[in-house]
Design a protein around this ligand. Structure first.
Ligand SMILES: [Zn+2]
Length: 132
């Protein structure tokens, strides 16, 4: 399936700036953004909202066997970050000493260069997180 350019640009904005959406009816934030709130269905009213840049490590894993294009970065950590609004985001951890990578550690979003295309396209690694 070929994606339209406007959609691609919108996704890039989401990926670079952690822009998701929030349901104004029930106040639930979503990232990636949604068009329909699963709680409110037709009553939900969703608008764009920037997600907080900070959160805590909810869980993490160390990656030793990387996908093609990321071999030179192994081993590295992938973590699920629970943002301050409770939204969970999967991201790579960078610039974080191994001994500080723990569940509950504070993490902050950093903007990183995209190194490679993968099956999701060039936008898959726009943001990463580091332990603060
Ligand atoms: Zn809702």
């Amino acid at each position: 399936m070929k994606r339209s350019l406007p959609l691609l640009w919108r996704r890039i904005n989401e990926r670079y700036n952690l822009v998701g959406s929030i349901c104004q009816t029930c106040n639930t934030p979503y990232f990636p953004s949604r068009k329909i709130c699963p709680k409110c269905r037709r009553k939900g009213k969703l608008i764009s909202q920037k997600m907080p840049n900070e959160g805590k490590i909810f869980t993490f894993t160390q990656v030793h066997a990387a996908p093609a294009g990321f071999e030179h970065e192994t081993p590295y950590f992938m973590a699920i970050i629970q943002l301050k609004n409770d939204v969970k985001v999967l991201a790579q951890l960078v610039d974080s000493p191994v001994e500080k990578v723990k569940i509950g550690a504070n993490a902050k979003m950093v903007f990183r260069k995209i190194y490679e295309d993968n099956h999701e396209g060039a936008i898959a690694y726009g943001y990463k997180f580091k332990i603060v």
